[in-house]
Design a protein around this ligand. Structure first.
Ligand SMILES: [Zn+2]
Length: 455
């Protein structure tokens, strides 16, 4: 269980709590999260679904950017995305061990009309569990086919919703939730491949956090417990040696700490903690080796020696961890001043009067990647498309500009007679009053460069 307690180190004892959805929030961070979300209309909650967040259109834009960013990185690192079921029969959870160890934190799902089930005489046959994690699905996919050493490592990624039945009284905002999403990934590999896989994951974790300007990161290696562990000591030692070497070469000797004996019974792990703008530490990324699930699911591959009895090691890994929590961390971190590439309000066009609206609409079309005001029947599948609004209300320029800044638009674009005559637009940023005259192509190219460089 990964729970942060005052003065206590993070504990992790069980796979069934691999990624905790709980985090202690400071009063100030919760308040500032809600204040920013209310102002920018990012997300909401309702007692009709405690602990499940409604992402509003602008919050969804941010969430989708986070997901798209990670999907592209996963392609780079050889992951294949899969889409897996949300409900599974109880027998799957018995096989994975969740039913014995994690049942109280799971939701049961039963259809109202049992005549639709095949075996109505057996209650267990029509009882389903809503998944709290993706690992069993990915083990099932691995087990569906004959596997050879030549295919390894097999890497699956999954952004499914996950549900965990946390006590309803403790639920709030984005960090104490029942439903959440992870940038989840599972790697099936041989013992010799761990080195490279962990190196890749640590590199991705460091690179990702640095894109968001988060550089205060701590790495912890938790090793084999003294008693009650599965697998042979030789495998443990070899795996731990590889993790130590990779940590030394990737984050540097002296830049990580060891938690002797604090690994789970099924394998050693690396936890990644970051410090937010309020000085509070968050458990985000995790890399967890697992010698147990491959055994429970009887995962096998044919080795180079022709032997069919080789068992892969499973690596659970996540970079953001819970997307909801990472969203909350970013809310605190940026205080609503989103960088352009992730800003759900990238630019606003302010036509000085009604006669300038058609030109504003044509600029909006261009910047939206021909999505808005387009005459083409079908929107393009891929293009750079930016979130650009038009404020054509009759308010003064000053009032509309002020409101645009308050709402967090990165760029404010003014259009008047002079601009139209010159074929340019008066462009300013959220933080700088200085106006620059730019053509529509120059604006578009600037936006493309900002997005490409994650600025
Ligand atoms: Zn997992």
């Amino acid at each position: 269980m990964i729970v942060q307690r005052k003065g206590a180190r993070l504990l992790s004892r069980s796979i069934y709590r691999l990624f905790s959805t709980k985090a202690k929030e400071t009063e100030s961070s919760t308040q500032s999260n809600h204040a920013i979300s209310n102002k920018q209309l990012l997300f909401t909650t309702d007692p009709v679904s405690p602990g499940s967040v409604f992402f509003l259109p602008h919050g969804t834009r941010i969430l989708n950017k986070l997901i798209q960013f990670m999907k592209n990185q996963q392609v780079k690192y050889g992951f294949q995305e899969v889409v897996t079921p949300l409900i599974f029969k109880t027998k799957l959870w018995q096989k994975s061990g969740h039913w014995d160890n994690y049942k109280d934190d799971m939701f049961k799902v039963v259809g109202n009309d049992l005549s639709k089930e095949e075996h109505t005489d057996n209650i267990e046959e029509h009882e389903y569990g809503l998944k709290p994690m993706n690992c069993p699905s990915h083990c099932m996919i691995f087990a569906k086919f004959d596997r050879s050493y030549q295919e390894l490592p097999v890497r699956y990624s999954d952004f499914s919703s996950l549900h965990r039945n946390e006590a309803s009284g403790a639920l709030s905002g984005l960090t104490r939730v029942r439903r959440f999403h992870q940038d989840d990934g599972h790697i099936f590999c041989s013992l010799d491949q761990i080195n490279q896989e962990i190196k890749n994951t640590l590199t991705l974790i460091k690179d990702t956090y640095s894109i968001f300007g988060i550089n205060e990161i701590e790495f912890y290696l938790s090793t084999r417990p003294e008693e009650k562990y599965i697998g042979d000591i030789e495998t443990w030692n070899k795996a731990e040696d590889q993790l130590k070497n990779v940590l030394n070469s990737t984050v540097g000797a002296g830049n990580w700490k060891i938690r002797e004996g604090d690994g789970a019974f099924y394998g050693p792990k690396i936890d990644v903690l970051l410090t937010d703008a309020f000085g509070k530490k968050h458990q985000v990324g995790t890399i967890q080796l697992d010698f147990q699930l491959p055994n429970r699911f009887d995962l096998k591959y044919v080795g180079e020696d022709g032997n069919r009895d080789h068992q892969p090691i499973l690596v659970h890994r996540a970079v953001y961890g819970s997307l909801e929590r990472f969203f909350a961390i970013l809310l605190d971190h940026y205080q609503g001043k989103w960088p352009f590439w992730i800003n759900p309000r990238q630019a606003i066009i302010i036509p000085i009067n009604e006669t300038h609206v058609p030109v504003a609409e044509s600029l909006q079309k261009r910047l939206s990647g021909e999505m808005l005001n387009g005459e083409d029947a079908i929107a393009p599948l891929t293009s750079f498309n930016f979130y650009v609004d038009i404020d054509k209300r009759g308010e003064t320029i000053g009032a509309r500009t002020k409101e645009a800044i308050q709402k967090g638009y990165s760029y404010i674009i003014l259009i008047g007679d002079k601009d139209i005559a010159n074929g340019t637009f008066a462009v300013r940023t959220r933080d700088d009053r200085k106006v620059k005259n730019m053509t529509s192509n120059e604006i578009y190219d600037t936006f493309v460069q900002l997005e490409k460089s994650y600025k």
